[in-house]
Design a protein around this ligand. Structure first.
Ligand code: UD1
Length: 419
C-alpha cells in the first residue's frame, strides 16, 4: 500500500505551475465522440481520471496517439460499439458524459452508473430530464444507464438545480440535435465554458456558456481537424493558494486564470493573507496566523465546494472560531475527523462545521476519503509538527498531477512510500 509521508512544519516558498483542469479534461475527452474525424487536445493533466477516460474512449473504437504526456491526437471517426465497459465507467463520475456524447452521435448508449468521490447522494435526474426533453428514452436499471433516441430535437430545458454535470451533458447531447436547445439556469463554472469553446473550435454552435442561459444551435456534423488546449485548473490553483496561507508561506502560482480565482482571493484577503494578481499568475503569501472567517460554498462564481476542505485547514489554524456551510454536498466533512486526529478542533453537524482555531497541528496517520480531502490532508501535513502519513492515495492521484513533486519543489518534506 502506498502512502505519503510528510514532515513539517514548512512554510511553502517558490513557484508552482498549474496543470490543465481535470474537470474540463474529463468532459472534453468524451466530447470528442461527437467528432467524425481527428482532433488534438493539449494541456491535458497527467492524472488517472484522464487515463481512464482514454481507456473508455478506446473501448468504443477511438484511436488515441499520445504526442507527449500532456497531448493526444484522437480519431473518433470509427465508433464500433454503443456499450461502454461497465467496470470502467462505474469507476468515476465523469463517465456520464459518454451518455450525452453518444446519444448525440449514435442515438444509443449503455454505461455503468457513475462512481467517483463519495460526497453524499449524487443524483442524475437533471441529466435524464434534459435527455428526455430532447427526445431520448432513458432507463436506469441494474447499475446501468441505457439511453436511446431515434432523433434528438432541440428544445427549452430549465434546470431545477444548478448542476455542472447536467449542464455539460445536455450541451453535449444538443450539439448534433435538430434545431436550437436552450438550457436555462445553467451552471457557469470555467470548465463549462472550456467544453463549449472546445466544441465550437471543432465546429459546434454554442452561445452563452459562462452565463445562466446557454443556446446550442444544432449542427449536422463536427469535423474536428483542430487543436485545443485545456484551460488551467481553477481548483489546483486554489489548492496552492490556500496551501500558501495555511503554511504561512509565499508562492508564485503560474499558468492560472486569476479571474477564476476571485472568490478564493477575497477569502484569503479576509483571513489576513496577501494576494498580487498578474492575470495569468498569482502571488499569495501570509506572514501571520490567519483570522477566522465564515464560508458558504456555492456554484461559480461563489466559493467552490472543491476548495472547502483546503480552506478548512486554513480555518482550523485560524485565530477564533469559523463556520463553513457546505451547500452543495451532504457529506463533505469527512476530512474534519482526520484533521481532528491531528489536533484540530472541528465539530461537523450535517452540512455545517465549526472550526475552533488551534495554534498548531500535529502529525498523525490519516486517511483521504476523497480527492479534495486528500489535498487538504497534504496541506495539513505540511503545516503540522512531526510526521503525517496519508493513506488512500488513489483519490489524490485521480485529480492532481505530480502532487508530491509539486509540493517538494516548494519546500515540503514529502515522499511517497510503498508500505
Ligand atoms: C462537478 C465536479 C465536482 C464538484 C461539483 C460542484 C466534475 C467531474 N465534478 O460534479 O468536483 O464538486 O461539480 O461544483 O466536474 N444534482 C441533482 N441532480 C442532478 C445533478 C446534480 O440533484 O441531476 C445536485 C447534486 O446532488 C449536488 C448539486 O446538484 O447537490 C451540484 O452537483 P453537480 O454540479 O451536478 O456536480 P457534478 O457535476 O457531479
Amino acid at each position: 500500500m502506498e502512502k505519503l509521508v510528510l514532515t513539517g512544519p514548512t512554510p511553502l516558498k517558490g513557484e508552482v505551475s498549474i496543470s490543465g483542469a481535470k474537470n474540463a479534461a474529463v468532459a472534453i475527452l468524451p466530447a470528442t465522440l461527437l467528432i467524425d474525424g481527428i482532433c488534438t487536445i493539449e494541456n491535458l493533466p497527467n492524472i488517472s481520471d484522464v487515463k481512464l477516460s482514454c481507456e473508455i474512449l478506446e473501448s468504443l473504437g477511438a484511436k488515441i496517439t499520445w504526442n507527449t504526456k500532456h497531448s493526444i491526437t484522437i480519431d473518433t471517426s470509427n465508433i464500433i460499439t454503443t456499450k461502454a465497459p461497465l467496470d470502467l465507467t462505474s469507476k468515476f463520475r465523469a463517465s456520464y458524459y459518454i451518455i450525452g456524447s453518444m446519444l448525440s452521435r449514435k442515438g444509443d448508449i449503455e454505461v455503468g452508473m457513475p462512481g467517483g468521490c463519495k460526497l453524499g447522494a449524487r443524483p442524475i435526474d437533471q441529466h435524464i430530464k434534459g435527455f428526455e426533453a430532447l427526445g431520448a428514452n432513458v432507463i436506469v436499471e441494474n447499475g446501468k444507464i441505457k439511453a436511446k433516441a431515434k432523433k434528438l430535437i432541440g428544445t427549452h430545458i430549465y434546470m431545477d438545480i444548478v448542476s455542472v454535470g447536467a449542464t455539460i451533458n445536455v450541451m453535449l447531447a444538443s450539439v448534433l440535435a435538430e434545431g436550437t436547445t436552450t438550457i436555462d439556469n445553467a451552471a457557469k463554472e470555467p470548465h463549462i465554458v472550456d467544453v463549449a469553446n472546445f466544441l465550437n473550435t471543432m465546429g459546434a454552435d454554442i452561445r452563452g456558456a459562462g452565463t445562466d442561459v446557454i443556446k446550442i444551435n444544432g449542427v449536422k456534423k463536427l469535423n474536428g481537424n483542430s487543436t485545443y488546449s485545456v484551460v488551467p485548473d481553477q481548483i489546483e490553483a486554489g489548492t496552492f493558494m490556500l496551501a500558501a496561507v495555511a503554511s504561512k508561506g509565499d508562492l508564485y502560482i503560474k499558468n492560472c486564470i486569476t479571474k477564476h480565482l476571485e472568490s478564493i482571493t477575497a477569502k484569503i484577503i479576509e483571513v489576513g493573507g496577501n494576494v498580487e494578481d498578474y492575470g495569468d499568475s498569482i502571488h499569495v503569501w501570509c506572514d501571520k496566523r490567519p483570522n477566522k472567517a465564515n464560508i458558504k460554498t456555492l456554484p461559480y462564481p461563489g466559493f467552490p465546494t472543491d476548495l472547502q476542505p483546503q480552506m478548512g485547514v486554513v480555518l482550523s489554524l485560524a485565530n477564533g472560531t469559523s463556520i463553513i456551510n457546505e451547500s452543495i454536498w451532504d457529506s463533505r466533512f469527512q476530512y474534519t475527523e482526520e484533521l481532528n486526529k491531528m489536533g484540530a478542533k472541528i465539530t461537523a453537524q450535517g452540512k455545517t462545521a465549526f472550526f475552533e482555531g488551534v495554534k498548531k497541528l500535529s502529525g498523525a496517520p490519516v486517511y483521504s476519503s476523497d480527492l479534495r480531502a486528500g489535498a487538504a490532508l497534504i496541506i495539513a501535513g505540511v503545516c503540522a509538527e512531526g510526521t503525517t502519513d496519508i493513506y488512500n492515495l488513489e483519490h489524490i492521484d485521480r485529480g492532481y498531477e505530480n502532487i508530491e513533486e509539486k509540493f517538494r519543489n516548494i519546500g515540503a518534506n514529502i515522499k511517497r512510500v510503498n508500505e
